[in-house]
Design a protein around this ligand. Structure first.
Ligand SMILES: NC(=O)c1ccc[n+]([C@@H]2O[C@H](COP(=O)([O-])OP(=O)(O)OC[C@H]3O[C@@H](n4cnc5c(N)ncnc54)[C@H](O)[C@@H]3O)[C@@H](O)[C@H]2O)c1
Length: 270
């Protein structure tokens, strides 16, 4: 079946050095990808066609990468992200301001039939409670204005991680409408805990108890980077040709169990 093939597609991926991004490179290769550009602080060891050293928290670095890439991208995977072991402003810069800036730089030149897939998180599932404030941030155009707004909103933003992932989920839905007018779909995956180099950071900020509980109450095993990469590859491919504006839960059923009252909350007590 040709719809899953990445042969001849120009793919751009942020955060391809480790974890989900590194697994995605492997999966895309298996699906025939022959033109992968990675933007990251660190160069992946996997074979890729192009590496551009990029700090996704720095607008100058992002703009330079975008102009090197130019027009004609088929699929953009916005995957780079950091945990709240880093300062909240930095988390917001990398996880949402940088993701949005790169997207805005590349989208106008993307090919019809293309796709953008963001790596969000189940940590962003509580976005409905913050929708109005998130819309305000997403409406800000300038980088410095965005950073200033973040400083003004610290009580809502808190440690930055949950709020930044709420913003990614809302941005995915908001962008899906204008983007489809040029034939580009926009979706995200929302992973629960994944066994990557970032997981110890989440254990440090959210506690072992909460992470182990979320794993036990989901599929009963931690997600592998490849579990997530396969979902990313699906959303970026023509298999998902009519899927647009969806935040796809890739959480082993954790959110479904939570929503239907089947999760054992007593394990969190004490
Ligand atoms: N691991 C989990 O439990 C989990 C759960 C939900 C969502 N996520 C999300 O998955 C995505 C990938 O994370 P991961 O778990 O694979 O962790 P990871 O640390 O292995 O991967 C993150 C990648 O982003 C790169 N990166 C970090 N800061 C960067 C910057 N400033 N500029 C450019 N690149 C940068 C890293 O070098 C790395 O390649 C992140 O957006 C993360 O928030 C992870």
């Amino acid at each position: 079946m040709r719809d899953i093939s990445y042969a001849g597609k120009r793919v751009v991926l942020t955060g391809g050095f480790s974890g989900i991004g590194a697994a995605l490179i492997e999966v895309l290769r298996e699906l025939g990808a022959d033109d992968i550009t990675v933007l990251d602080l660190k160069e992946p060891t996997a074979r890729i066609e192009r590496f551009i050293t990029t700090d996704m928290g720095n607008p100058v670095s992002i703009d330079a990468a975008a102009s090197t890439i130019g027009d004609g991208v088929d699929v953009l995977f916005n995957n780079a992200g950091i945990a709240a072991t880093r300062p909240a402003e930095q988390v917001m810069r990398v996880n949402i301001l940088g993701l949005k800036r790169l997207t805005e730089r590349l989208l106008p030149g993307m090919k019809a039939g293309g796709a953008i897939v963001n790596t969000a998180s189940t940590a962003g599932n509580q976005w409905p409670g913050n929708l109005e404030v998130i819309r305000k941030l997403l409406a800000i155009q300038g980088w410095d204005e965005g950073v200033a707004w973040i400083h003004d909103q610290m009580p809502v933003i808190a440690d930055g991680y949950f709020f930044s992932k709420q913003c990614v989920q809302v941005y995915t839905m908001m962008l899906s409408r204008p983007a489809i007018r040029q034939g580009v779909r926009v979706n995200s995956i929302c992973p629960s805990p994944v066994d990557t180099p970032l997981l110890p950071d989440f254990r440090a900020t959210m506690t072992d108890k909460i992470i182990d509980w979320a794993i036990a109450e989901g599929a009963g095993r931690v997600a592998t980077p490849r579990d997530q990469a396969k979902a990313l590859a699906f959303l970026g491919s023509d298999l998902a040709s009519y899927v647009n504006g969806v935040n796809l839960l890739v959480d082993g059923g954790f959110t479904a169990a939570m929503t239907t009252g089947q999760v054992d909350m007593s394990a969190l007590a004490g």
